[in-house]
Design a protein around this ligand. Structure first.
Ligand code: ADP
Ligand code: MG
Length: 442
């Protein structure tokens, strides 16, 4: 059965039969599965996603797809147990390129040299990564492998406060130590930028909210929200706990010492109990890393990479048309409020109350905390998009501007020479003058 669906899809270039699709794709979905193919001998399956306005709906639907495929695979395994060849079970993530119509080319056998659009979908840093790389298949595949390694390294060796292997984990573990913690030049640079943004945003942006984000258990909430019944990872903290955690926050308490003569690496000193949470700049740092990788990779004419809500564009499309980046409609995340038309290298970051939240007893708790109260920010803003040349800046500023609102946020964006667009809770769109050049409203 699996083989026949795959062969039919491949031969006709059509989507699998509607009964297969209807199980997990609502008809109004902006999500299109072009075709899927399966290696029935190993019971592997891959899905090619060609278009989706909203990566959070990809994440949700990917989960449904996985369950669907698991059921099929279990049934197929029962029917075809004699053809097993050592591999069993589904591959956990889908990582697929779209071009190439034969299995050989999909699995990297042909070495085609002409430039084409190579598409990949994968997961890293707790989010869905989508890439379209205009290059030869070989160059694109090489970039894809390197890019995923970079994202894994960034999470495991630098940013995650949950993994013992990371720099942030070490820094948090030495909070209160007189000798502080030795850190890399890169991390020292990031912390300097973050402290500067803390000062310039009047304390709205604060990467020392570790005690609070842990209390709220934010990283355990699902992207796209959880219903009441599913909110396992959520517990409403007591106001006393929030008060206590708040005392352990404040970027003004970070002390940074530059690398001294003969003393080696830079050092950071945190007061006891304080913890870093670099979640607000993580994807931006990833964008910056990928930019460097794209520049170093010879033969990539252009690329567009989506990391959750953050988009990186690079170079040009072969036909010279601009990159189109959709800005999600916070009121209906399967649609966009408009698009940005971009040429060359840009970083687009969005922060919104609809991205990661929990609804409990009719109240929505989202993941952007107000450092002055310790609670999710109460704001007239539903979403903020920043357009900048630098990833860390665009990511950090989208969080800061969400908290500051349009008036102060616009001033801050101007100071940093980036463009900003706010979607307000009454549906109004407010943007900087420069943004109007790039934005087309639907
Ligand atoms: P995301 O990266 O999830 O799209 P943001 O870039 O806006 O969204 O970052 C939100 C994350 O930043 C939260 O999940 C939390 O880890 C952290 N955070 C929450 N509030 C703040 C804040 N006021 N300042 C800095 N970081 C914050
Ligand atoms: Mg951010």
């Amino acid at each position: 059965l699996i083989g026949r669906i795959a062969a039919l899809s491949r031969a006709t270039g059509q989507s699998p039969p509607s009964w297969a699709m209807a199980a997990f794709l609502p008809p109004e979905s902006a999500f299109t599965v072009d075709f899927f193919f399966m290696k029935n001998s190993a019971f592997l399956c891959d899905v090619v996603v060609v278009e989706c306005a909203d990566e959070y709906s990809i994440a949700k639907r990917m989960r449904k797809l996985k369950y669907f495929f698991r059921i099929i695979m279990v049934a197929a395994a029962a029917l075809c147990c004699s053809c097993g060849n050592g591999e069993s079970g589904a591959r956990d993530s889908a990582a697929v390129l779209e071009n190439g119509s034969s299995e050989e080319s999909e699995y990297g056998g042909t070495g085609r040299q002409e430039i084409g659009a190579n598409r990949y979908v994968d997961t890293a840093m707790g989010t869905v990564i989508q890439q379209t790389v205009y290059a030869s298949e070989e160059t694109a595949a090489d970039f894809y492998v390197k890019s995923m390694a970079l994202l894994k390294e960034l999470e495991e060796e630098r940013l995650s406060w949950r993994l013992e292997t990371s720099e942030v984990w070490r820094i948090n573990g030495t909070a209160g130590n007189e000798e502080g913690c030795g850190i890399s030049e890169e991390t020292a640079g990031v912390l300097r930028d973050c402290v500067e943004l803390y000062e310039r945003s009047d304390g709205a942006f604060d990467v020392t909210l570790g005690a609070l984000t842990r209390l709220w258990n934010i990283d355990k909430w699902a992207a796209g929200g959880l219903d009441d019944g599913e909110a396992d990872g959520f517990r409403l903290p007591s106001s006393a706990d929030v008060e206590h955690a708040l005392k352990l926050c404040g970027s003004d308490k970070i002390r940074l010492a530059a690398a001294g003569l003969g003393e080696g690496e830079p050092r950071v000193f945190l007061p006891e109990g304080m913890g870093l949470d670099l979640g607000a700049v993580g994807k931006g740092l990833a964008q910056s890393g990928l930019q460097g990788l794209l520049e170093a990779e010879e033969g990539v004419a252009g690329a567009v990479i989506s990391l959750g809500g953050s988009i990186l564009t690079f170079g040009d499309k072969p036909d010279g048309s601009p990159w189109k980046v959709g800005i999600v409609n916070p009121f209906d995340t399967s649609s966009n409020v408009g698009t940005l038309s971009l040429k060359g290298q840009w970083c687009v970051s969005t922060s919104g109350d609809y991205e990661r939240y929990v609804e409990k007893d009719g109240v929505r708790y989202h993941h952007i905390l107000d450092p002055h109260t310790g609670y999710p920010a109460v704001s007239d803003v539903r979403g903020v998009t920043i357009l900048a040349k630098n990833g860390t800046l665009s990511d950090g500023l989208s969080t800061a501007c969400f908290l500051l609102g349009p008036e102060r946020g616009m001033e801050l964006a101007e100071e940093y020479e980036v463009e900003v667009l706010f979607v307000m809770s009454d549906g109004q769109i407010v943007m900087s003058e420069g943004m109007e050049t790039y934005f087309t409203e639907f």
